[in-house]
Design a protein around this ligand. Sequence first.
Ligand code: NAD
Length: 420
Amino acid sequence: MSNFASQETNPWKAQSARFELAAQKLNLDPGLWKILSLPSREITVYVPVAMDNGTIEVFTGYRIQHSVARGPGKGGIRYAPDVSIEEVRALAAWMTWKCAVVDIPFGGAKGGVICNPQQMSQGELERMTRRYTAEIIDFIGPDKDVPAPDMNTNSQTMAWIMDTYSMHMHRTVTAVVTGKPINIGGSRGRVEATGRGVWVVTDEAIKKLGMSRPDTTVIVQGFGNVGSNAAKLMHRAGYKVIGVGEIGGGVINPRGIDIEALLVYHAANKTFDGFPGGDEISTADLLTSNCDVLVPAATENVITSQNAAQIKAKILVEGANGPTTAAADDILAANKVFVIPDILANAGGVTASYFEWVQDRQGYFWKESTVNEELDHIMRSSFENVVKYAELHNVNNRIAAYMLAIDRVAYTLKQRGLYA
Ligand code: NAD
């Protein structure tokens, strides 16, 4: 596969392409460049699990810490059949940049286990999670590396990790993970936080482009944690959400979809099929349908050199990590699409995770309105910083966000100096 083509399928190459471009524009010191172009630690574990049918299965898991210069590693854990070390490495680096863009005191890390969670029982998932935790236990902790949920993991997964870690430490350590259930140290507002952040930065973008909420049509790809909450909050705020999709297909209605009704229907039926408030549409057609704002909130590499030219949206808000390939960036830029890059657009989740970690360590829990207010403030000011940086350096928003982040991490590395 040519280097260009593999940038479109390999998230690590996609990350590196943007890093290199931003580092070049920053005139980054060559030594710091070398440090930041590689992760600082990669852990591979083989996780034996007793399956319900009496056999033993061994799952491959990873935890990768890209940088811990600005604080403990921070990043989710993903369960999926197509998890790969290169994907986890890219996601870890994106966490470094994301935490730096919103200026919270964390580095970047990510974890993943190659498995098919849809085909596993709760018992199998619990045993796999606990053994994976035990295998990486020396490398995680409130001051070392703090995991969180990602695709196919949730607050229950975090509760199992917290409990396993606590059993090993002989005390309850809530701050070892974020995204926990509220009664065991979770934060109010965390579940909605990524979707809320997506909505807040979209608000800033439409203001900047002179658009108004009721006249703005929105399509959201992905109806999981990020997509469903973004669609719900934007619908409530008065945007016209006209399309929503998930892996099996989507629903579209140019007059607007009643998202509250869709949420109820989807919860009951686990599908959009048969929803009376719109027409069926394929996942691929949804992305290229007419709309003002497109929110890819599902997975990587969905906007590529193959479909970027057909994107009609004026604003692309990346709820997912890495939904756009580097080759697609150039096409979107040529078509003047206003891109709010993933490391800014979906940073609401890690920002609320930071609040959760702070609350756990203080033992004092905030009201939901306090969480939302603090989150709004960080997302709005980060948006403003990135857009200003883009204008100042005459680069697109994505490269501006990378430059801002790399500059902050590099500055910290310089201040700390090299331990020899
Ligand atoms: P989720 O597992 O809750 O939901 C994923 C959704 O995407 C589902 O609706 C699924 O049907 C859909 N999907 C998956 N593959 C698809 C495909 N090929 N085409 C169309 N739809 C597809 O996951 P999530 O937590 O909502 O995360 C979604 C994305 O957002 C991921 O990239 C994740 O890394 C990123 N993200 C999540 C958070 C968070 O707080 N959950 C924070 C930051 C970034």
